[in-house]
Design a binder for this molecule. Sequence first.
Ligand SMILES: [Zn+2]
Length: 63
Amino acid sequence: MTASFKGFFKDVKLQCSRCGKEINENDEMTVAIRMPNKRRMPVGPLDRVLSKFAHEILCTKCK
Ligand SMILES: [Zn+2]
């Protein structure tokens, strides 16, 4: 895999806000998020949306 190819599909890392644990695929998490208004409704991959809009992400241990 070339560097540019990797860059294109670069994952957004979601971390637990309390302990810093990385949230991986299939992990459960608790997210605090405010309902956005219709004009600013976020669209896109969930991890990207959450990294932008969630104010708190907690892993199963910290919730
Ligand atoms: Zn945690």
